[in-house]
Design a protein around this ligand. Structure first.
Ligand code: GSH
Length: 208
């Protein structure tokens, strides 16, 4: 029996996709919520110096940050779960492309949407225009990935890119139905993913 992983996160945050991957790998893990009080944030800063969630402590005690890196790592650590294509194949090249795209573009635009004050020296005065541009970028990034869903990010093969897309798209502002009406392929992807036992379990944990 391997020692357990420790996943640090918050409800509804970027730890959701990593928790889904831990479930689908069959990895032993504990899920730790990080509080938002100054003392909690200070204590967490000693575990993850970026201060962001998620962080993942590996069975050997080392700690990593960056959600996409965690997903890629877990898929490689548990090859029997078949959550990523084999290293060196052209399908893996596509997989890595979309993982980096989701992290560098989709996640990035969501952060501008939710933390606009961090993207200008004008503070709140610039917030509305930063949010508007972030929303437009978020939607165009999602449209770009949605046109080639078939039904998964890698076509007919499921991978950790799918719960990553599922989680990021769920952060769209406003009603989910509006996003799914605008990008139907994304709605179908979300419905398919929402039926997976690991997602049912992790969504319930985050909603509790
Ligand atoms: N690139 C990072 C982004 C992590 C991130 O910004 N997480 C958000 C929650 S989804 C966070 O910690 N926000 C709190 C803050 O920035 O103060 C990743 O993919 O893990």
């Amino acid at each position: 029996m391997r020692n357990a992983y420790s996943l640090y996160g918050r409800s509804g945050s970027g730890s959701l996709a990593v928790q889904v991957a831990l479930e689908e790998c069959g990895a032993p893990y504990e899920r730790i919520w990080v509080g938002k009080e100054p003392a909690d944030v200070a204590a967490y800063g000693k575990i993850n110096t970026t201060g962001k969630v998620p962080a993942l402590a590996l069975p050997d005690g080392s700690v990593m940050f960056e959600s996409a890196a965690m997903l890629i790592h877990l898929a490689a650590a548990f090859p029997q779960a078949q959550l990523a294509p084999q290293a060196g194949t052209s399908r893996q090249a596509q997989f890595l492309q979309w993982m980096v795209f989701l992290s560098a573009n989709v996640y990035e635009s969501v952060l501008r949407l939710y933390y606009p004050d961090r993207y200008s020296t004008s503070g709140a005065a610039a917030a509305d225009s930063i949010r508007d541009k972030a929303t437009a970028d978020f939607l165009s990034h999602l449209e770009l990935i949605a046109v080639q869903l078939g039904p998964y990010v890698l076509g007919d093969v499921y991978s950790v890119a799918d719960p990553y897309l599922y989680m990021l798209a769920s952060w769209a502002p406003g009603e989910k139905s509006a996003l799914h009406a605008r990008i139907p392929a994304l709605g179908m992807h979300a419905a398919r993913l929402a039926a997976r036992p690991a997602i049912v379990k992790v969504e319930a944990d985050h909603a509790a």
